[in-house]
Write a protein that binds this ligand. Structure first.
Ligand SMILES: *[C@@H]1O[C@H](CO)[C@@H](O)[C@H](O)[C@H]1NC(C)=O
Ligand SMILES: *[C@@H]1O[C@H](CO)[C@@H](O)[C@H](O)[C@H]1NC(C)=O
Ligand SMILES: *[C@@H]1O[C@H](CO)[C@@H](O)[C@H](O)[C@H]1NC(C)=O
Length: 395
C-alpha cells in the first residue's frame, strides 16, 4: 500500500516537471518567433527647424514582418500616413527635397545591435504641423492588423513666442476713462505674458508687472501716460515683445520754479521768471503782466522781454519749461506776472511776483569788490586765444 502511494507520487512529480519543461521550451520557441517592439519610444522635444528623431527598437524581426512608421493625423479622419517600411521611406510629404540643403524631409536610419534593430525616423525642418503622434507598427504576414505590435512616439515642436501684430500701438484717452490693452500671442508651449511699463515705474493698479494677456487701465490719470510693454515668453528663445503708447489728454496746469523773484531797480539788472506748463495736447503758452489797475496785458518778446522755452531732463511727459526775462528792471516792473497755458481742454494759470530788493539778485550779478566774474573769464579766454595765436606763428 505504501509502495503504491510512493510510486504514484513520484510519477506525478515527474509529469509535473516534464510539463513545466515542455511549456518552457514551447514558450521560448514562440518568443523567438514573434517580433515585438521593445522599450518605450522616447518622446522627442525639438524647436522649429531642428531635426527630430524617433527610435523604434524591434526584436525577432524576420523576413515575414515589416516595420512601419506612420504619422497619426488628427485631421482627415485620423487616417495615419505611412512614412516608412523597414529601411525605405515611402512618403516625402508635400515639401520633398529641401532646396537649400538638398536633404529630404524624412529619412530612415536602421541599426542592428544583436537581436535588436532600431529604426530611427529622422524628421527634418521641423514645423508646427510635424508635431503629434507617430506610430511604429510591425506588420506581420498572416496576422490580423489588431494583433500587430504597435507603439506611439510623441514629437513636440517648440515654437518661439510671437505676438499678433494686429493690436493698436497708440491710444489717446481722456482723463478718467478706461482702456483694456490686449496682447494676443502664439507659441508652443503657450507663452506666459506679462505687462510692464517701459520706464520701469509702477503700473497704475500697483505692482511692476501684470501677468496675463490683458491689462485693464481704469480711471486713467495724467501719470498713466507712457509706454507699456507686453512680453511673451515660453523659454524658447527669443521672447517677443510689443510696445503700446498711451497718451492722456488733460487740461493745462502750471507751476512756478520760484513764485517770487527779487531784483534791484534801475541798474541794468535782469529778472528771470520761470514757469512749468503741463498739458496734452501741448498747450500754447503766454505771459501776462498785471497793470496798476489790475488789468492783464499780454507780454510780447521784444526789447524789454525775452520769452524762451527751455529743455530739461527733469521735465516729465507733457511738461514744458518757459522763462520770461525782464530786462533792465525798473520800478514799473514790480508787479505780478501770470503764466497761462491753454489747450482745447481748458486753461491753467499761476502768478509769479517780481519784487524790489536793494542788492542785485541772481547768478549774473557783478561780484562785490569791483572786477566781475565775467571780466575774469573774458581775460582768461583772451590769454588762451593769444597763446594759440603765438603757437601757430611759432610753428
Ligand atoms: C535614437 O537612437 C539614436 C542612435 O541609437 C540616439 O543617438 C538617439 O539619442 C535616440 N533618440 C531618441 C529620442 O531616443
Ligand atoms: C479686464 O476687464 C475685462 C472686462 O471688463 C474683464 O473681463 C477681465 O477679466 C479684466 N482683466 C483683468 C486682468 O482684470
Ligand atoms: C510660466 O510661468 C510659470 C511661473 O513662473 C512657469 O512655471 C512656467 O514654466 C512658465 N511657462 C512657460 C511656457 O514658460
Amino acid at each position: 500500500m505504501v509502495d503504491v502511494c510512493l510510486n504514484f507520487r513520484t510519477s506525478s512529480k515527474m509529469f509535473t516537471i516534464t510539463f513545466i519543461i515542455l511549456v518552457g521550451i514551447s514558450s521560448i520557441f514562440v518568443e523567438a518567433q514573434r517580433p515585438d517592439i521593445v522599450d518605450e519610444i522616447l518622446p522627442e522635444v525639438k524647436q522649429k527647424n531642428q531635426i527630430g528623431y524617433l527610435n523604434c527598437t524591434v526584436v525577432n524581426k524576420g523576413s515575414e514582418s515589416v516595420v512601419q512608421w506612420s504619422k497619426v493625423e488628427t485631421v482627415n479622419g485620423g487616417n495615419p500616413i505611412l512614412l516608412s517600411e523597414d529601411d525605405k521611406i515611402v512618403y516625402q510629404g508635400n515639401t520633398g527635397i529641401n532646396e537649400d540643403s538638398g536633404l529630404r524631409k524624412y529619412d530612415m536610419q536602421s541599426r542592428i545591435n544583436g537581436r535588436r534593430v532600431t529604426y530611427m525616423l529622422v524628421i527634418r525642418y521641423l514645423a508646427e504641423e510635424d508635431a503629434g503622434d507617430y506610430l511604429c507598427t510591425i506588420r506581420i504576414q498572416g496576422v490580423q492588423w489588431p494583433e500587430w505590435p504597435k507603439k506611439i512616439g510623441k514629437l513636440t515642436v517648440q515654437i518661439a513666442p510671437q505676438i499678433q501684430p494686429s493690436i493698436n500701438s497708440i491710444y489717446e484717452k481722456d482723463i478718467g476713462s478706461s482702456l483694456q490693452l490686449t496682447c494676443e500671442s502664439h507659441g508652443n508651449p503657450y507663452p506666459n505674458i506679462t505687462w510692464k511699463r517701459e520706464d520701469g515705474q509702477e503700473l497704475p493698479m500697483g505692482g511692476f508687472q501684470s501677468r496675463g494677456a490683458t491689462l485693464n487701465l481704469t480711471d486713467i490719470q495724467r501719470n498713466d501716460r507712457g509706454n507699456y510693454i507686453c512680453v511673451a515668453d515660453n523659454n524658447v528663445k527669443p521672447p517677443d515683445s510689443f510696445k503700446v503708447e498711451v497718451i492722456v489728454f488733460f487740461q493745462p496746469s502750471c507751476r512756478p520754479v520760484q513764485s517770487t523773484v527779487g531784483q534791484a531797480q534801475n541798474r541794468r539788472f535782469n529778472a528771470k521768471l520761470e514757469c512749468i506748463v503741463a498739458g496734452y495736447p501741448q498747450p500754447s503758452m503766454k505771459w501776462m503782466k498785471e497793470t496798476e489797475n489790475g488789468k492783464l496785458i499780454e507780454i510780447d518778446d521784444d526789447d524789454k522781454y525775452d520769452i524762451t522755452k527751455q529743455f530739461s531732463s527733469q521735465l516729465q511727459n507733457d511738461e514744458f519749461w518757459y522763462t520770461l526775462l525782464v530786462k533792465n528792471v525798473q520800478a514799473k516792473d514790480y508787479t505780478n506776472y501770470h503764466c497761462v497755458g491753454t489747450n482745447k481742454y481748458g486753461d491753467g494759470e499761476i502768478t509769479i511776483a517780481l519784487f524790489e530788493t536793494m542788492e542785485c539778485q541772481g547768478s549774473n550779478c557783478p561780484s562785490p569788490g569791483g572786477a566781475g566774474a565775467g571780466t575774469q573769464i573774458q581775460a582768461s579766454v583772451f590769454t588762451v586765444l593769444l597763446f594759440g595765436l603765438v603757437s601757430l606763428l611759432v610753428l
